[in-house]
Design a protein around this ligand. Sequence first.
Ligand code: 1HE
Length: 334
Amino acid sequence: FMMNAALVYLVYRVELYASVARIVVGADTAVRCLPDEGQGKLRVAEACEIFQQISVNVFFHNQDMHMAPTIDPSRYINLAVEAQDDGVWIVTLNRPAKRNALDIDTIEELVDFFSLAPRAGVRAVVLAGKGDHFCAGLDLIEHHDEDRSPADFMHVCLRWHEAFNKMEYGGVPVIAALQGAVVGGGLELASSAHIRVMDQTAYFALPEGQRGLFTGGGATIRVTDLVGKSRMIDMMLTGRVYQGQEAVDLGLAQYIVEGSSFDAALELARKTAENLPLSNFAICSAVSHMQNMSAMDAAYAEAVVAGVVNTQPDARARLAAFADKTAARVRMNK
Ligand code: 1HE
């Protein structure tokens, strides 16, 4: 019995280390991710799967599997956070009486949620605002009352960047559902989402110029990216408002709907959540990173990311379905 047990143990370790070698993950990461030896044997296929996941973590999250966090919706006050069955989460700015103006607590809650989301199994997020307006931007009353120093406000802005960068680069698809005012920092928030859906009431503006302010939440980067430098400067100088189809034509939103932008955003989020998480991770992280690189570096990084994503075991069933003609074909819209 002892001999057999030793043999099984030995084979088990050899199999595991073979798996480790196969995907080039450090042995200490591997050992920390193993089940207790007392818990029984691990088959090669399971070991490979675990290590494939570790490789994803090592490549993309640099996190230990056992540290995967959970999200506790009750911790949020200025946000309403709710999970759906299919891994779609709904995050709602929840200060309608203040037109969802972004005070520092709301920003901290956004940092918290979007820091956890990529490692907590969140497959897509609908970002919404409660009430008639998506978001009125910087909380001007808090800003007035705090009478901040330049250094203080620089740190406020850095927290905004932390939150919005987590959204844009986090790898989890974020679909913004827009209605009413999407202004100032509200537009900076919306432009950090990967998809924006507007209803007929939504309108976009940068009233900073009139308020004696300047954008501090990334509009100079993201809004300029959407509409171009000249239009962005015009919006800031004159307070010009864009709405309706014109806003879509300029790139401020990708969809405009007759009914509820929330319903449409939820539908898109559900569709998105059907993709493999690693594909979504690359789409919602790598594309943004690559925009910041030289073309040569971006092409190299693209090859590396495609090397990992396009060989993921989970994709094989989808490729097989295409090969055996059971997968849906890409067709024209009806
Ligand atoms: C606010 C804010 C706010 C409303 N901070 N409290 N953003 C702006 O310049 C937009 C300022 N807000 C507005 O133009 C309007 O409020 C809205 C078009 C968004 C909505 O209008 P309305 O008529 O529905 O609401 P209201 O009567 O103006 O405001 C209702 C309440 O929300 C009121 O509070 P109450 O306690 O007196 O009832 C408002 O004070 C409050 N409220 N907007 C604080 N923004 C990192 S830098 C970013 C720089 C910027 O974002 S600048 C752009 C700031």
